[in-house]
Write a protein that binds this ligand. Sequence first.
Ligand code: AMP
Length: 398
Amino acid sequence: MKTLKDLGNVSGKRVLVRADFNVPLDGTTITDDGRIRAALPTINALREAGAKVIVMAHLGRPKGQVVPELSLAPVAARLGELLGAPVTLAADTYGEDAQAKVAAMADGDVVLLENVRFNPEETSKDAEERAAYAKKIAALGDAFVSDGFGVVHRAQGSNYDVATDLPAAAGLLVEKEVTALSKTNDPERPLTVVLGGSKVSDKLGVISNLLNKADRLVIGGGMVFTFLKALGYEVGKSLLEEDQVATVQGYLEKAKENGVEIVLPTDILAADSFAADTAYEAVPADAIPADKIGLDIGPDSQKLFHDKIVDSKTVVWNGPMGVFEFPNFAGGTRAVAQGLIDATAENGAFSIVGGGDSASAVRNLGFDESKFSHISTGGGASLEFLEGKTLPGLSVLD
Ligand code: AMP
């Protein structure tokens, strides 16, 4: 994979950077700026090298239309604050305004192009249409840097096609992500993978691949109920993917054959309803009452999961253990996060938080990010990396 140094001297050059600024918003307030912070090293390195830095990113799912609420204006403002330098927002991605703002740049300046997903071609399945669009973007720059790790598992105009039009390299964030996640390919063992989140169907590929790779799989979150059902337990009103029960039974058998330890919760917080203030109690995992809904793992499972995680040399975690958005049901997620921290502190383990909801849970629950070995910025991308898939946004940089 080509990296920044392969671009040579970028002084005076216009360098297009694809970043991942898909931050959570409450109105126009950014509630977690982790992804913007993660892009700073590359932007700063290019500015210090005298480049004109033209940043591209998407926000939300505008589906090819201009949606004013999904403008990158709040991101431009926050990026400017974090850089301590003005960031000019272009009103479009490659049109007249973008061209005029880029033409007016001095060395070291930063322009942010408006949400690339306002253009229907960005995510078009028609490769020719996407390529023609990418050429218009490429005309704004002399080189391309791919630093939006959250999108490297997709072949889209601003991260894939553009890379075929210009000298292209991975930015510092993509390089750091690939280096960290590659540690799971030849891991120090035991390798424990903790999976949660809502649906097992989103994680079938990764589970299947991990059954050949991990020493231990720890399962929580909404997806755990499909596992409990596969063991023959009733799960009440909890999240269940009935059509995946047979697949999960197959996984349990394969785990046994391969000697992979599957760790499931022994108790569950069973609630009256899906609400922050609902009444709840801890019940054994094989005795969830028919009228209750499981919203988190229980206290015994918190301890079990924590101890299994600490007893590892490499740990990867993707997906919350419960409905952590409700404080009463954040305990499982908290215990897992603490497990990763303790595994690193006490056991020298390499701990990876795999993006998306888990990364924002870590920050929102008040954990110190520096205590983890690596917090990925890409949920889907890090999962596909763990699945062993070829990621188009990375292979295009080879
Ligand atoms: P995902 O998008 O697959 O990573 O799932 C994240 C979501 O799973 C979070 O919003 C959690 O609230 C949700 N979740 C975790 N545990 C449960 C559960 N037991 N029941 C319903 N949703 C859950």
